[in-house]
Design a protein around this ligand. Structure first.
Ligand code: G1P
Length: 301
């Protein structure tokens, strides 16, 4: 089974940095954002490869994941064996690339990887967000197995005035994750999806559960994406093809806590994610607080 990570966006929110560095390679501590997403994608059992949908303007992503023996040798010759291991580990992951030549939307980006999924169900992980404990996709795989390998998406409650930023589901709660006592919009509740709408106006939203950016999808979606027309924002939307899939196949959603994951989609969110991971890392915690200094710490309250 493969996992697809769309990564062809321009990253305009991070200009001027993203003029020469793809936003996917911006570091959180010492690792590029996309490496966290790749590591998360490889966590559920059965995932044996990650397909990154890249743009031809960002060859740096491909070179990051390519083995560079000369560079590793140079590090080792200077006694930097541990660093050479880190570099080697990043470039030994099962990552392949396809290209999206025209930025026509998320649905179009996913369809660019149609030939790579070998007719199997596949994950999609949006790359502006990653889950450090990597368990969100594992839970989704569990729900899928419990429901005849149906498609599963991760969803979470969102305030009514923010529904128009996201894909929103319609459906009903039909149970909960194994060992979790949850109902309605509580974390761990499992919903049967009956409808999906991308970026609805608040009055048209069928629920307050938004699609978080983690999908486990039936391969049939690739056939539907092949002739999917433009939707919200004039883009080919994955959500619209999923809505069509509902006419043929069952789909489930699992309610998650989006704060389990870290947002890197804006400079402020990216900075907060760096702070959060530095605080959570035993090796970085004390140095981070010291570098921040009393004044900044005071401002944090
Ligand atoms: C995409 C999806 C949307 C989802 C969101 C999560 O929207 O189309 O359904 O809720 O990601 O971040 P975008 O953020 O690309 O507008």
């Amino acid at each position: 089974m493969k996992a697809i990570i769309p990564a062809a966006g321009l990253g305009t929110r991070f200009l001027p940095a993203t003029k020469s560095t793809p936003k996917e390679l911006l570091p959180v501590l010492n690792k590029p954002v996309i490496q966290y997403v790749v590591e998360e994608a490889l966590e559920p059992s059965g995932v044996d490869g990650v397909v990154i949908v890249n743009s031809r303007e960002k060859p740096q992503i491909e070179s990051y994941f390519k083995v560079d023996g000369g560079y590793e040798d140079m590090l080792r010759s200077r006694g930097k064996d541990k660093e050479a291991e880190l570099v080697h580990a990043a470039s030994s992951m099962p990552v392949s690339f396809v290209y999206q030549d025209d930025p026509k939307g998320l649905g179009h980006a996913v369809h660019c990887a149609a030939d790579a999924i070998d007719g199997e169900p596949f994950f999609v992980l949006l790359g502006d967000y990653f889950v450090p404990d990597r368990q969100m996709c594992v839970k989704m795989a569990e729900v899928s197995r419990a429901h005849g390998n149906a498609s599963v998406i991760a969803v979470a409650p969102v305030p009514a005035d923010q529904v128009s930023r996201y894909g929103i589901i319609a459906g009903e709660c039909v149970g909960s994750l194994d060992g979790v006592d949850a109902e309605g919009e509580q974390e761990g509740a499992v919903w049967k999806v009956t409808g999906l709408v991308e970026k609805p106006a608040p009055e048209d939203a069928p629920s307050h559960l938004f699609i978080v950016g983690r999908y486990l999808l039936s391969p049939r979606i690739m056939d539907l994406l092949a002739d999917q027309g433009a939707g919200a924002g004039g883009e080919i939307q994955l959500t619209d093809a999923m809505e069509r899939l509902l006419a043929e196949e069952e789909m489930y959603a699992v309610v998650v806590d989006p704060d389990e994951g870290c947002d890197t989609g804006t400079p402020a969110a990216w900075a907060a994610t760096n702070a959060r991971l530095a605080l959570a890392d035993d090796a970085q915690h004390a140095g981070f607080l010291e570098a921040l200094g009393d004044k900044a710490l005071g401002q944090l309250g």
